[in-house]
Design a binder for this molecule. Structure first.
Ligand code: GLU
Length: 418
């Protein structure tokens, strides 16, 4: 078996969407390649006085529809192909929901749980200095992703602002409220996932009340999605984090679990409650449920798992959790998948609102943020659903086709420089 390369999966998905649209290779060739790839190596002074060299990346996949946009992740396993795939997914995500951005992604190869708070701050500041020539509110705007958060965004905003000589909040999104963050941004990705679950069930004349839901991953996406989905009356029957999975057929106490996890360093394996069953990751993914929300990492639903999945609907909270081969198996088994580029777009949609507020020096209230998020998400869901029905194609292909059409059109209107 060949080794998994997420960028190959991106290309395969783009090609399938291009075939549906009847595009010739010439029309979309440019979209197959990232516009810019930056790899950096940089030193960080560790607490014990030693100097450690870290490797980082920033990939700008497309700026055809607007400034490049996308998060920064800290993870020990990242490589350039993963960042390229993540950057391309951002391009398609922004295009399918119709916000005026291209796509980018950044990463540092590091396990942040092994660093002290001070080391993490120095690493972030130096990484920011290394990618400084590429970023800016009008060219490329980072945001949180796996293992990064509002505090890290503050450490990104600061070097950029110091270099300019004045505060530039619009250079990053997902910031704390005190330095220009937006209300609703922290919950936005999870809220978007909940909206997708709710709306796609509605298409089947069903509601969330009483539904059984499995959520893989309890970070910013999975944790909030689980809470909001439970709030709509569904039963979260299994959840997981890096330390393991737990299940309870009557429904888990999500608030209690999130409270337990909120202490730094605390994991699911030390959470205890009556009637809990501990499972392997595979057992959890294959549980019988109405909805499965993979909200951890890419490459989780592989062909072997796809054969045994027992959920009726999959809503992708993570980026790239399902491989192309697994997708084909799910399609043949009639299991519908709401793709990442649609399902987890809530985060970047509210990042867009944050950036708009920063540029205009205004603040929106939560009602305004959430109602606009709801409207943009529902419009995108309707468009994807309609195309999937009309062309008898999976939601992923429909979402990519809509996005690709917009990208091709933007490139066509702008033409080729010079
Ligand atoms: N990291 C998030 C994502 O993958 C958010 C990106 C952003 O807000 O720019 O969609």
């Amino acid at each position: 078996m060949s080794t998994y390369n997420p960028y190959d999966d991106v290309l395969a998905t783009i090609t399938r969407a291009a075939d549906i649209l009847g595009l010739s290779e010439n029309d979309y060739a440019g979209i197959k390649y990232p516009e810019r790839e930056l790899k950096v190596s940089f030193p960080v002074r560790m607490d014990d006085g030693s100097v450690h060299i870290f490797e980082g990346y920033r990939v700008q996949h497309s700026s055809s529809r607007g400034p490049c946009k996308g998060g920064i992740r800290y993870h020990q396993d990242v490589d350039l192909d993963e960042v390229k795939a993540l950057a391309a997914w951002m391009t398609f995500k922004c295009a399918v929901v119709g916000i005026p951005y291209g796509g980018a992604k950044g990463a540092v190869k590091v396990d942040p749980s092994k660093l002290s708070h001070g080391e993490l701050e120095r690493l972030t500041r130096r990484y920011t200095a290394m990618i400084l020539p590429l970023i800016g509110p009008e060219r490329d705007i980072p945001a949180p992703d796996v293992n990064t958060n509002g505090e890290v965004m503050g450490w990104l905003m600061d070097p950029y602002s110091m270099m300019k000589g004045y505060a530039v909040p619009g250079v990053v999104t997902g910031k704390p409220l005190d330095i220009g963050g937006s209300v609703g941004r922290l919950e936005a990705t999870g809220r978007g996932v909940m909206i997708n679950v709710r709306e796609f069930l509605k298409k089947r004349n069903e509601t969330l009340a009483g539904k059984t839901v499995v959520v893989q991953g309890l970070g910013n996406v999975g944790g909030i999605a689980a809470k909001l989905i439970a709030g709509e009356g569904a039963k979260i029957i299994a959840v997981s984090d890096v330390s393991g999975s737990i299940a309870k057929p009557e429904g888990l106490d999500i608030e209690g679990i999130l409270k337990h996890l909120s202490t730094r360093g605390s994991l699911l394996k030390t959470y205890n409650a009556e009637g809990l069953k501990r499972l392997s990751n595979e057992e959890m993914l294959c549980m019988e449920a109405d909805v499965l929300v993979p909200a951890a990492m890419q490459n989780q639903i592989t062909p072997g798992i796809a054969e045994r999945i027992n959920a009726k609907l999959i809503v992708e909270g993570a980026n790239g959790p399902t491989t192309v081969e697994a997708d084909k198996i799910l399609e043949s088994r009639g299991i519908q998948v709401v793709p990442d580029v649609l399902a987890n777009a809530g985060g970047v949609i509210v990042s867009y609102f944050e950036w708009v507020q920063n540029i205009q020096s205004l603040t929106w209230d939560e009602e305004n943020v959430n109602s606009h998020l709801n409207r943009i998400m529902i419009n995108a869901i309707e468009a994807v659903y309609k195309m999937a029905e009309e062309k008898k194609i999976p939601f992923r292909t429909a979402a990519y086709a809509i996005a690709l059409q917009r990208l091709v059109q933007a490139k066509h209107i702008r033409g080729i420089f010079p």
